[in-house]
Write a protein that binds this ligand. Structure first.
Ligand code: PRP
Ligand code: ADE
Ligand code: MG
Length: 179
């Protein structure tokens, strides 16, 4: 049953060789977003996983920009709020920021300093984990705010890049894995 639902999601992830640069096999989730049945199935699967794993969560934090496609619908399903972790220069007021590198470049992420209270329980979501640079940076920002990170959650994990090892002891979950 769950296998069938996972297959429905997997069938809507499209590989593009050599994007955005030579040597990168880009996993494109656009077909997943375009298919309402597959997208609903995706949110169903994530909701089931999170409900089964954590009795209480305060917020879903999502990573700019593809994490914004999944985080808010998942937070709505769970009846909780969403906190954006944005690329540099987009958030008003006091922020925490951090530079990081990812599979094909470098960037800087920010969170508003009052986004969560110390001790609040957060699940961080993104579409994909490659080297883990982006997710690690987001964890660091939430740690600075003294949030309790329950889990880092992604749709797609690129196993060969060993990004989950970078997360050390922070729990990690991926729906789909690719070598
Ligand atoms: C992509 C993807 C993840 C990140 C994963 O984001 O959405 O956030 O790369 O790579 P890593 O594990 O090596 O850090 P990207 O910065 O390309 O931008 P986008 O989400 O705005 O499309
Ligand atoms: N982000 C980092 N690496 C990626 C990949 N191979 N496909 C899609 N998004 C990515
Ligand atoms: Mg991203």
């Amino acid at each position: 049953m769950s296998e069938e639902r996972l297959r429905r999601v997997r069938d809507r992830v499209r590989p593009f060789p050599d994007f955005p640069e030579p040597g990168v096999l880009f996993r494109d989730i656009s077909p997943l977003l375009k298919d309402p049945v597959a997208f609903r199935t995706l949110i169903d699967l994530l909701e089931d996983h999170v409900r089964a794993s954590f009795p209480k969560i305060d917020f879903i934090a999502g990573l700019d920009s593809r994490g914004f496609l999944i985080g808010p619908p998942l937070a709505q399903r769970l009846g909780i709020g969403f906190v954006p972790v944005r690329k540099k220069g987009k958030l008003p007021g006091p922020t925490e920021s951090i530079s990081y590198s990812l599979e094909y470049g470098k960037a800087e992420l920010e969170i508003q300093s009052d986004a969560v209270e110390p001790g609040q329980k957060v699940v961080i979501v993104d579409d994909l984990l490659a080297t883990g640079g982006t997710m690690c940076a987001a964890c660091e920002l939430l740690k600075r705010l003294k949030a309790e990170i329950l889990e880092c959650l992604v749709i797609i994990e690129l196993k060969a890049l060993k990004g989950s090892e970078k997360l050390n002891s922070i729990p990690f979950y991926s729906l789909l894995q690719y070598d």
